[in-house]
Write a protein that binds this ligand. Structure first.
Ligand code: BEZ
Length: 198
């Protein structure tokens, strides 16, 4: 079930209240963005995986990791797209792990249960972090060139937005994931001078 109504930018309390997980409960987490390559949390099992009905898009603003207030970067969220497949990595983690992940991903991302297909064919239910259009940091679509200009210019406490895009593209390639949105932005970023037009 999806939480309803406008979401706050800081989602830590909402996520903790909405999905009460026991500390030792094994839970599947589906990662489609930085969770694919930045694995700074303990996990029990890790599998390439995919979900259906969602597309990865650089539509969420980041003022806490890859940008700063007033100069947000862009990071990925998932957008509903009937029939689409989104590949990533599923981790089985202990319920307590969500306490720190909720803080890491607090800027507008709410957890949602989704059906997840693990490589090899097993089907599980997993939690995924999604920043919906009703969160204050949501930026929405823009032409690729505008996305790349913003990404090339942004930097925040976790590093440059450029690095985020390049690491994500490399991680997706490592999974053999076909993602024309991410790869098109990567190509444009690499080919461009990485500067902001006046
Ligand atoms: C992920 O990699 O699944 C993820 C991306 C952005 C925010 C939270 C999680």
């Amino acid at each position: 079930m999806k939480p309803e109504g406008k979401t706050a930018a800081d989602t830590v309390a909402q996520n903790a209240a909405f999905h009460r997980l026991a500390d030792d409960e094994p839970v599947w987490l589906f990662g489609y963005g930085s969770l694919i390559y930045k694995v700074d949390f303990p996990y029990i099992r890790r599998r390439p995986a995919c979900i259906t009905g969602w597309q990865r898009r650089f539509w969420q603003g980041s003022e806490d990791h890859r940008g700063v207030p007033g100069r947000p970067g862009r990071v990925v969220t998932l957008v509903e797209a009937p029939g689409a497949e989104c590949g990533g990595v599923a981790y089985q983690v202990a319920g307590r792990v969500f306490r720190s992940l909720d803080v890491r991903e607090k800027n507008g991302y709410l957890r949602l249960w989704v059906p997840v297909r693990l490589a090899g064919g097993d089907a599980v239910d997993g939690l995924v972090y999604i920043a919906g259009p009703d969160n204050p940091a949501f930026l929405g679509p823009a032409p690729d060139a505008a996305l790349v200009r913003q990404i090339a210019a942004a930097r925040g406490p976790s590093g440059s937005n450029r690095e985020y895009l390049l690491k994500l593209a490399a991680a997706l390639r490592g999974l053999d994931e076909d993602d024309s949105h991410v790869y098109a932005l990567e190509t444009m970023l690499r080919n461009g001078p990485g500067r902001v037009d006046p």
